[in-house]
Write a protein that binds this ligand. Structure first.
Ligand code: GRF
Length: 210
């Protein structure tokens, strides 16, 4: 049984998708905790309603990134995580924090990385005139929105799209992509070889139905 700790900052719809998939598909994993850097994160209510332990480490109350990251790490490690899942966690993390969770921390980013790292990816995609946009799940490394890619989902950019309509199309894919990627980790099917993710065949193919 693997322990998963999920970090959120707001709505938490990706966290919810992972929690629901873990329950419905009977993953060999438990969501050990949902932790937010904001007390007003809407997703905390969903987690509490599921009986998942929640915690808030308020980023505003720390004088430096290093102090916040140290406090956050202490809180996360109380739950002995095998995997840390960043799900709309809007913080830039320090190198020592990232290093502590090397190979066991995933992020979802709403673009087809390496295109459009950072914020406002949907607006960037529209203004850039690209035909396709999407989302990427990757292992977290010290460089923001970089790191070995686990999986991507693609959507078309349509004539007349606004950042909001495009974001909604991408988000629907995120809700399938992130549970898929987290499940691969839980099933021990991911390895990083020379900076690239390799996905091995399922050991569970005969026993898990979806
Ligand atoms: C998602 O688009 C995710 O890709 C990005 O922030 C958004 C979070 O949404 N990192 P939610 O909090 O999961 O609903």
């Amino acid at each position: 049984m693997k322990n998963i700790v999920i970090l959120i900052s707001g709505r938490g719809s990706n966290m919810e998708a992972v929690v629901r998939a873990a329950q419905l598909e009977g993953w060999p994993a438990r969501i050990a905790a949902v932790i937010s850097n904001r007390a007003d994160a809407a997703g905390l209510a969903f987690a509490q309603a599921q009986g998942i332990p929640t915690a808030v480490v308020p980023s505003k109350q720390f004088a430096s990134r290093a102090e916040f990251d140290a406090a956050l790490r202490q809180e996360i490690d109380r739950f002995a995580p095998d995997l840390v899942v960043l799900a709309g966690f809007m913080r830039i993390l320090t190198a020592p924090f990232v290093e502590h969770y090397a190979g066991r921390m995933l992020n979802i980013h709403p673009s087809l990385l390496p295109a459009f790292p950072g914020l406002e990816t949907h607006r960037q995609a529209i203004e850039g005139g690209v035909a396709e946009h999407g989302a990427t799940v990757h292992f977290v490394t010290a460089e923001l929105d970089h790191g070995p890619v686990v999986a991507q989902a693609r959507v078309p950019v349509l004539a007349g799209d606004t950042p909001d309509t495009l974001a909604a199309r991408v988000l629907a894919e995120e809700h399938k992509l992130y549970p898929y990627a987290v499940r691969l980790f839980v099933e021990d099917r991911l390895s990083i070889e020379q900076g690239d993710v390799r996905i091995s065949d399922s050991h569970f193919a005969d026993t898990i139905t979806s």
